[in-house]
Design a binder for this molecule. Sequence first.
Ligand code: SF4
Length: 290
Amino acid sequence: MELKNVIENVVIKLLKLAATRLPKDVEEALINKKKTEKTAMGKVLLESILKNIELAKNSNKPICQDTGTIYYYLRVGDNFKELGKLKEILISALVRATEEIPLRPNAVDLLKGNTGNNVGSEFPHILWEIVPGDQLELTVFLKGGGSENLSYLRMCNPNEGLDGIKRTAIDAVAEAGKACPPLFVGVAVAGGADIAMDLAKRALLRPVGSRHPQRELAQLEEELLDSLNELGVGVMGMGCGPTVLDVHLEYGCRHPASFPVAINICCWASRRSSAKIYSDGTVEYLTPYL
Ligand code: SF4
C-alpha cells in the first residue's frame, strides 16, 4: 500500500479510537475514583459515566455527541517521505472519518455557518514540530466545546509568582460545573498569552498521574489537585464526588514584564490517541486501552 494511503487509514483509525474509546489512564482514573467515592450519589454519577464509556466501546459509537474541535499534534521527521502532502492527507482523512464513524460536523464558518464536514479555516487545527528522522508521530485530540468554554487567561502581575498560578486555577475551576466534571486541568505560564494557552492545552495530553519533572512544579500540581477538589463542584456539577482528576502544569520562560497564566480544561471525556508511522509504512499505535 502506498504510504499516503497508510497515513490516511491510520488517521481515520486514530479519530475513531479517540471518538469511541478513552485511553487506559483516563478510564482507570474514573474507575479508581468510583471505587473510593464515599457518597452514594457520587458513586451513581461515576457509574453512569463508566456505563457510557462501556456502551460507546461495545457499539463503536462516539462517547459524546460533541465530537469536539479536532487538533492534530505532529512531530514529523525532516526525512519523512510524505511531509509535503501531510496537510492534504490529514484533511481528507477527517472528511472520511466524519462520514464513516460518524463524527458530528463541528466546523462553523464565521459567515457561512456549519461547513458540514469538519473542515474549514483552521479546522482541523494542525500543530507542527519538525524533528530529525523519517517518522511521523501524530496525536489526535478531540476537544469538547463545553470544557473549552472554561478556558481562562489571566495576565498576572509578575510579583504574584506561584500564588498567581494557584489563584487563577481556582477561579477557573470554580465555574467548572458547566464543563462536565470530573475534569483534567492544564495550567501554563509562558512568554506571551498565546504561548501560555497553547502549552495549557498540550498539558492535557500528558498521561494521568504523570508529574512535572521539576520537584517544585510537581508539588504545585499535587497542591492544585487537592485545592481544586476542595471546591466541591463534584461530578457533573452535582456537589459530590471528584471535581478534578488531574492537574498538569507546563511552562516556558516569560517576558520580565508579563506573567500570563493560562488554564485549559478538559471534561472526563479526554479523547486523545497517538501513533507513529515510519516512511517504510510500519505503524505503531502508542495509546493503550483497557
Ligand atoms: S464537555 Fe465533554 S462530556 Fe460534556 S458535552 Fe462537551 S465533550 Fe461531551
